[in-house]
Design a protein around this ligand. Sequence first.
Ligand code: LLP
Length: 419
Amino acid sequence: MDHFELRDGVLHAEDIPLPQIAAEVGTPVYVYSRATLERHAQVFRDALKDVPKKHLAFAIKCNPNLGVLRVLARQGYGADVVSGGELERALASGMAAEDIVFSGVGKTRAELAQGLDRGIGQFNIEHEPEGAALAEIALARETTANAVLRVNPDVDAGTHAKISTGKAENKFGVGIDVAPQIFARLAALPGLNLRGVALHIGSQLTSLAPLEAAFERVGLLVSDLRAAGHSITHVDLGGGLGVPYKPGDNPPSPADYGAMVARVTKDWDVTLMFEPGRVIAGNTGVLLTEVLWVKPGASNPFVIVDAAMNDLARPALYDAYHDFVAVKPTGEKMTASIVGPVCETGDTFARDREIDAVQAGDLAVFRTAGAYGATMASTYNSRSLVPEVLVDGGRYIVVADRIAAGTIMAAERVPDWID
Ligand code: LLP
């Protein structure tokens, strides 16, 4: 459920008509709904009501906007961060340092030190040398780093290859077969409080079966580690729950996920940690765009919108589907390809799709754009960096400015030795 609805024939974000935002902020622009964000945060937490000890860390890579993070901080969420930059954002948004989990396959020594200096709650170690480096850095600071070891359970998540992370051939974590030996060596290091394991098998999962298979493997590992004398108090189950993008999509609900987690982990006696991203933020945002032109094509017309692959990269990168709806639908339909202005055929949001009939000057939105939307934007083709707006009932605020192409150019220089 979200708060983007037609009222008197005009699409609103909560109580704000989208044409108002288009007129006042311009397009393209991301529009987020605070009420939707809060609802999703609560639904996910409620879904885990049968998990006695839990920690919720929003995967801020999917939407690191400070305004969005502040809303989630007030909902009691911490953060899963994957860079020093994300770490500073989480803190700046008001999240407590101890609620921050530092994941990421290539943390630098400087980032490990930054995490320690900031007093974050946990490091998710990706491989043995990283753990050894963290121990060394912690020891030099006369402190101890709380850490878990990320394992790769070798499970096919059944999602797009570019966002699968839990197969043996993927770069993430240590193989679950070699995990006990690596765990034992790292657990022996002073400077490290190795207290558990982590996994994350992929994103936009539309079936619970691979998650359940992975969790079962991790459950066995936890027993083995305990049998070997280790104290296991934390298991981080990662994120990955899919959301509906297309009308008719029916991914498992947070409640289904929560019930499965509670069942599989009931004897684990650990604090379970979660890193949800898309399931919290996906449906809380739309990308508002204006139709620039409608141009005849070989089979169907091209609807050329002012948003492009630099603003919303998912269709170009993963052939992702984002629903496209008119802000003032007439009830008429047309079949068209929706494209942006960037000079690549890949700058295509939809091919030969039946959509609301639109014409030049009309406004429309790409839905389910609150996760992995603005955060993946670039300035390719010297376009501006897309702005973001947060709506709260009848008010809204620009939570990220449009950064003009000229501002980006002003940060460049021409060497004076080129004459
Ligand atoms: N934890 C870890 C360690 C992750 O790598 C990720 C996502 C998450 C949690 C959150 O996963 P979620 O709940 O959002 O599925 N750009 C791609 C998605 C990349 C996901 C990367 N990792 C997309 O637009 O589909």
